[in-house]
Design a protein around this ligand. Sequence first.
Ligand code: ADE
Length: 250
Amino acid sequence: MKFHVLTLFPEMIEQCCAASILGRAQSKGQISVSATNIRDYAENKHGHVDDYPYGGGAGMVMQAGPICRAFDAVTSGIEGEKHPRVIYVTPQGQVFSQKMAQELAREEDLVILCGHYEGVDERALIQIGAEPVSIGDYVLTGGELPALVMIDAIARLVPGVLNNSESAEDESFSDGLLEYPQYTRPEVFRGEAVPEVLLSGHHANIAKWRREQSLIRTGERRPDLLESADLSSKEKRFLQEYMTRDSENT
Ligand code: ADE
């Protein structure tokens, strides 16, 4: 899968994606991340890519010209010149989710536009067919960190990027629930022992305990997720009983 990032800070994208699992995936040719500097497509000698907003107001707006020219340069390099999916990272977008990551991981090419200043001329977004996506209800100084968050979440779902021990199978959100607690050696740490069942070697009991822990954790931390999780009536009863017991004890 190829990520094409349009940005004013290409080094932020390149440096982050050169490290760790994304770096390894790039070396193996499983993904590629290229960052195009929008400023290279300015047509004035100062390299300005922003201007005052029509109608007044604070801040500067990124101009349509440099963005559209950078986009054309990127897409002309895509095989068959197919129109790729284009994401514009902005707090005004639909909120990014694991489901969206799974859907985007099936794309061959993905263009991500990072904004700065007060925003981007709306005509650029229409011209390049950008879909607005937010990573959460807070405002950052620019789109580079959101773009990196999305690239990381999508890339790890591309087949082969994670090896067996890093596998994405049994983890938070994959079945609509939060992941169960994990433990490793030592068996006792500062007086706190690992739950007995995990040492038993009894696979069915371990699986049952983990499922219950996932249910409890989701109920306590993210009850909103339970509405769309796929739970059996036995699991619903278990959770109901646990939550009633828990609220009686507090
Ligand atoms: N740019 C600034 N804040 C953002 C956010 N929360 N999500 C996506 N892009 C952004």
